[in-house]
Design a protein around this ligand. Structure first.
Ligand code: MTE
Ligand code: LUZ
Ligand code: MOS
Length: 751
């Protein structure tokens, strides 16, 4: 089934925040953000700004009726700064005006006097000064200190990975207006409507039932709207609450880039020990997460880094520590992969280093250390239905790695200024929110008396196709045509207490809740049919909109059945609740069974490097991926393609740069480069491994949103291998992104 939104998307009919018709008298807001990264506010004078025609009101922390607090996991983030500012662009005030132009003019007339303090942008510097968002955490398995003596080879190194801008097509924004009796309706471009609802309630000091959050869809989130859509939704809600008028805010791209957090840069030290046969016996790493000025989701991201720090390998003696460092950057946040890519880049760097020193291909080390059935992860879960070995072997056979290697060797021998490189990237990604209690969802299903169906869940459609999958599920269980089914907007008054759509589990969680609701309704409809046919309900089957008794088709069609049920006063509405079974985690010992299952796959990446210019092209990305039993191969393939390209972007060209004062330099698309159609791989093939799929995956179709991102890590090592082919003296460095500038310098040892 093709994506239900595809035609509306290409014809421009899909409704995003900016397409919602605004009410008469709607006011427009812009955010006044801190002009410095760190300092004490001495004085702010708003009078010139306030005096401009069209300015309705300038709202600050003093106007907040409830709490000036928007921190999700930890209460450490104000909506509007009070005495201090901690990052460049930190919201200080909201200018509300008749139109956006007036509000923007007023921005320039605000007089602010700040006593500047030193801005810390480097996580290791923060560590030195003892600046942490939360205490560090360590995952351990085996006996690390006792295992080094058994190692034949030990290597140590340092790894850096950079930030990444989400660059969702739709920038952050929200629209709020008042209803009756002090209620507020908020349209927000958010992945987490309940987080928005809860935070608006807290800041306004009113109960959650006064706030209705509605999301039709968002124009991309990629994690950037899991937590960080909230502040902007709260701002417009606060403004409309105070002014009793509708208020809208939609960030300009450069403001969005400047004010919002990104993927966390990490700086890490590692030590890896191998046996004579290249078995990894010990792996120890200490990672410094650049958290930014407030916790946001950093504690959860830190956790996923810990979970994925050994990627797809079994390493009997492991010790991984992550420090979440507080710096003067915008709070960094969720981004596809959620800390896992940063962790995996470290272990892959360690393996690459070992391979380089031992003069063997990295794949020799990778292969003999792959996770096997019933191996234990360093967090205590026992690996089941493991097929990373099969994926790896299959990708090698299917695409003939030996031949690729040979061709590259020959190519490199006969070309002086153009070199090719290859790398293999295995991936093992755990599915479930690492925070067990977030793994729950609800769905509300109405069958209307004419036989049409309306579905509401907590899932947010952000381009990943979850709405299409939900319609497929309802259509399958009811066995009715998809044209009868409508997917409603995500609305906190219809489906409450939702988890954000994240952790790749949107379809698993909401889909399972939907199955439960649909099954409840089907049971009642079968009972109605049994009454109509005077037989037992278990003789009844509904298939292709027709009632069957046993194998025999009856004259009763779906519409008739529904109408009869309605006239018999049977409830045609049902609420399904799903909570992932089995999973648990005990933080006091850092052990448990946090994931419903794991996603596996392996990619080969080849590149061609222009050694005169330092530029490169990604040639082939060849993947064997375990989809389980994919319920929508087209959508899943789209997720693989998008994920891979995004991962390659992070590793190669996307460079988030701040100056020494903590100001973002790369704050627009002329200074920040994302992959475009010319830089995508020339060939991207994804072979689906045939597996039956885990029980806890929706219809045995595995989660797909994030795992393919990490195949992109292979691009780094493929380019590095090409550099090495040109410049054998090049001392390998694990510092991403590997931009063309950096490549050029490494080609000629000019750094
Ligand atoms: N695909 C598109 N087109 N747009 C997005 O914003 N977000 C990614 C992934 N794929 C995203 C996307 C991220 S970060 C996640 S967690 C999942 O989709 C969320 O959706 P799911 O749980 O339904 O897979
Ligand atoms: N968000 C979250 C996530 O809150 N917990 C997670 O485990 C997670 N994983 C991936 C992406 N977002
Ligand atoms: Mo995705 S980072 O879980 O929104």
């Amino acid at each position: 089934m093709s994506n239900i939104d595809s035609i509306n998307h290409v014809t421009g009919k899909s409704v995003y925040l900016d397409d919602i018709p605004v009410q008469k008298g709607t006011l427009h807001a812009v955010v006044f953000g801190s002009p410095v990264a760190h300092g004490k506010i001495i004085d702010i004078n708003y009078s010139n700004a306030q005096a401009l025609p069209g300015i309705e009101r300038i709202i600050t922390c003093k106007d907040i009726p409830g709490e000036n607090q928007i921190g999700g996991i930890i209460s450490d983030e104000t909506l509007f700064a009070e005495d201090y500012v901690h990052f460049h662009g930190q919201p200080i005030a909201l200018i509300v005006a008749e139109d956006e132009q007036a509000a923007r003019k007023a921005l320039k007339l605000i007089d602010i006097n700040i006593e500047e303090k030193e801005a810390i942008t480097d996580p290791r510097m923060a560590k030195q000064k003892g600046l942490f968002l939360i205490p560090p955490r360590t995952f351990r398995m085996g006996n690390i200190s006792g295992s080094w003596k058994d190692c034949e080879y030990i290597f140590e190194g340092k790894v850096e990975s950079g930030g990444q801008e989400h660059l969702y097509l739709e920038t952050q924004g929200a629209y709020a207006y008042n209803g009756e009796n002090g209620s507020i309706k908020v349209h927000s471009s958010t992945q987490g409507p309940t987080i928005v609802q809860k935070t608006v309630a807290k800041v306004l000091g009113i109960p959650m039932n006064c706030i209705e959050v509605d999301v039709a869809r968002i124009g991309g989130g990629f994690g950037g709207k899991e937590d960080q859509a909230t502040a902007f939704a709260v701002m417009v809600s606060l403004a409309s609450y105070l002014l009793k008028k509708p208020v809208k805010l939609s960030l300009h791209r450069s403001d969005d880039m400047r004010m919002t957090g990104k993927r966390h840069p990490y700086s890490s030290d590692f030590r890896i020990g191998l046996s004579e046969e290249y078995k990894i016996l010990a792996f120890q790493t200490t990672m410094y997460q650049n958290g930014g000025a407030a916790a946001d989701l950093s504690p959860a991201i830190m956790e996923r880094t810990l979970f994925h720090s050994t990627n797809a390998y079994f390493i009997p003696n492991t010790e991984v520590t992550v420090y979440s460092c507080k710096t003067n950057l915008p709070p960094n946040t969720a981004f596809r992969g959620f800390g896992a890519p940063q962790g995996m880049f470290v272990i892959e760097s360690a393996i690459a280093m070992a391979a380089n020193e031992l003069h063997i291909p990295a794949r020799v080390i990778q292969k003999i250390n792959l996770l096997q059935e019933n191996n234990e992860f360093q967090y205590g879960q026992i690996a089941k239905e493991v097929n990373i070995g099969i994926c790896y072997q299959k990708v090698e056979e299917l695409y003939d790695v030996g031949k690729i290697e040979k061709e590259i060797k020959e190519f490199n021998k006969s070309n002086d200024l153009i070199k090719r490189g290859m790398a293999i990237m295995p991936v093992c990604f755990g599915v479930s929110f690492t925070n067990t209690r977030m793994n729950q969802a609800r769905a509300l299903v109405h069958i209307y008396q004419d036989g049409s169906v309306g579905i509401s869940t907590g899932a947010i459609e952000m381009g990943q196709g979850v709405n299409t999958k939900l319609i497929q599920i309802a259509s399958k269980i009811f066995s009715i045509n998809i044209n009868r089914i409508k997917l409603e907007s995500t609305n906190t008054s219809r489906v409450a207490n939702t988890s954000p759509t994240a952790a790749s589990s949107g379809a698993d969680l909401n889909g399972n809740a939907l199955i439960i609701a649909c099954n409840g309704l089907m049971e009642r409809l079968r009972a109605t049919a049994a009454d109509m046919l005077s037989c037992a309900p278990d003789e009844i089957k509904i298939q292709d909109e027709t009632v069957f008794r046993g194998r025999k088709k009856t004259h009763i069609l779906w519409e008739k059945l529904v109408e009869t049920a309605f006239f018999s006063r049977v409830s045609l509405s049902e609420n399904g609740h799903y909570a992932t079974p089995v999973i648990n985690f005990d933080k006091s010992v850092e052990k448990g069974h946090p994931f419903a299952y794991h996603v596996y796959g392996t990619a080969i990446i080849t590149v061609t490097l222009d050694c005169l210019r330092g530029t490169y092209e990604i040639d082939d990305v060849l993947i064997v991926h375990d989809f389980g039993n994919s319920m929508n191969p087209d959508i899943d393939k789209g997720q693989v393609e998008g994920g891979v390209v995004m991962g390659i972007g992070w590793m190669t060209m996307e460079e988030v740069l701040f100056d020494n004062y903590g100001k973002l330099i790369t704050n627009n698309l002329s200074t920040y480069k994302v992959p475009d159609i010319y830089s995508v791989p020339k060939v991207l093939e994804c072979h689906a491994l045939k597996t039956k799929g885990p029980k806890l995956a929706i219809l045995k179709s595995k989660a797909i949103g994030e795992p393919p991102f990490m195949y992109g890590i292979g691009a780094f090592f493929a380019i590095q291998n090409a550099i090495k082919a040109f410049n054998p003296k090049y001392k390998l460095e694990y510092n991403a992104p590997l931009t063309p500038e950096k490549v050029l310098m490494r080609l000629y040892n000019a750094y």
